[in-house]
Design a protein around this ligand. Structure first.
Ligand SMILES: [Zn+2]
Length: 172
């Protein structure tokens, strides 16, 4: 129901999603997407690699599978990899993006591809050294073109740059 200038609309049921602007909304949203943060780790096959590490002992997320960080509807997936591991890393990101898209689709949600950014961070020296090396994802953006790494990405208003300096953040 919506109230404008004291006049009430009729009642309609909410069949999908959570009621906007409601007190219960944020809690219902958290319940709605509860499985999303653990999604990259569901099919984890790195028990041996993580054996005896903090990840295994304290139930931390597996870095090989990617770490999910979410704030409300803003989500980030973080992967780590070594130099010359670009193909492996790109495959990993592609498969996790597909899994997440599938989860969202099954829950009547949709990833905002136009707001999806890819940032590959490393040291300034590595960046200069590996200029020709780049991540090539098979995942496409909303125009059907490949998602390529940005020089910077904004996460919750903070600008992260590919050379791990705050210069971009200070300029904008
Ligand atoms: Zn794993």
């Amino acid at each position: 129901m919506v109230t404008v200038n004291g006049i009430n609309s009729g009642w309609l049921p909410t069949k999908v999603g959570v009621p906007q602007g409601s007190i219960l909304g944020p809690i219902l949203f958290n319940i709605y997407v509860n499985e999303l943060p653990g999604l990259p780790n569901i099919k984890c096959r790195h028990k041996l690699e993580n054996w005896g590490t903090r990840k295994e002992l304290f139930g931390k997320r597996c870095e090989h599978c990617g770490v999910f960080i979410g704030f409300a509807d803003d989500s980030s997936l973080i992967f780590s990899g070594i130099k010359k591991d670009n193909n492996k890393l790109a495959n990993k990101i592609d498969s996790k993006l597909l899994e997440i898209e599938k989860f969202l689709g099954n829950n009547n949600l949709k990833m905002n591809v136009s707001k999806t950014e890819l940032l590959r961070s490393t040291t300034r020296q590595q960046l200069a050294w590996n200029k020709t090396e780049t991540l090539k994802l098979n995942s496409l953006d909303e125009n059907g073109t490949q998602i390529i790494p940005n020089k910077r990405a904004k996460i919750l208003g903070v600008v992260f740059s590919d050379n791990l300096t705050w210069a971009n953040h200070l300029e904008t």
